[in-house]
Design a protein around this ligand. Structure first.
Ligand SMILES: [Mn+2]
Length: 160
């Protein structure tokens, strides 16, 4: 199963449109949205008609009714999705990895830092960066991941 991963669009639907027009996004079957801001997840749902699994970001508080952390079961994998600010990801992903392990999740997805991160391991840690306000490059980014049961995810970081 091919999933798209996006975060920190901060209301920039043009960036989301550019993402959706990228060839890598064409056959995505579901999107994971790691927060900031909640309305953009609704926009994604509306324009793609695909399932969008979403969490609240720090900039969604207190308006959003979204959960801070969601566990999703996709493509034979168990995924912890969270924005990351509650796990101190600006400092380290250690707490995030521990939380994922506690939930028996083999993939942890976060955002918030606006810096892309791919770390494949016992718990695979992914941050798609920010599609709208990157801090690690001039172009925004998102990810696609191919999820096959019993195999490490195959992850692509894509700049729009
Ligand atoms: Mn944030």
């Amino acid at each position: 199963m091919k999933v798209g991963i996006v975060s920190d669009s901060h209301g920039n639907t043009n960036a989301l449109d550019a993402m959706l027009q990228h060839p890598a996004a064409v056959d995505v079957e579901a999107w994971l949205f790691a927060g900031d801001i909640a309305m953009d997840a609704e926009y994604l749902e509306m324009v793609t008609d695909l399932p969008v699994i979403k969490v609240a970001g720090n900039n969604d508080w207190p308006m959003s009714r979204l959960e801070d952390t969601v566990i999703a079961q996709l493509g034979g994998h168990r995924i912890l999705l969270t924005h990351g600010h509650l796990y101190g990801v600006g400092f380290s992903t250690q707490n995030l990895v521990l939380a994922a392990a506690e939930q028996a999740a083999d993939i942890a997805i976060y955002g918030h830092t606006h810096v892309a991160d791919v770390s494949i391991g016992e718990v695979t840690v992914l941050n798609p960066g920010s599609v709208a306000r990157p801090r690690d490059a001039s172009r925004g980014s998102f990810m696609v991941a191919e999820l096959v049961p019993e195999q490490q995810p195959v992850v692509q970081l894509i700049r729009i």
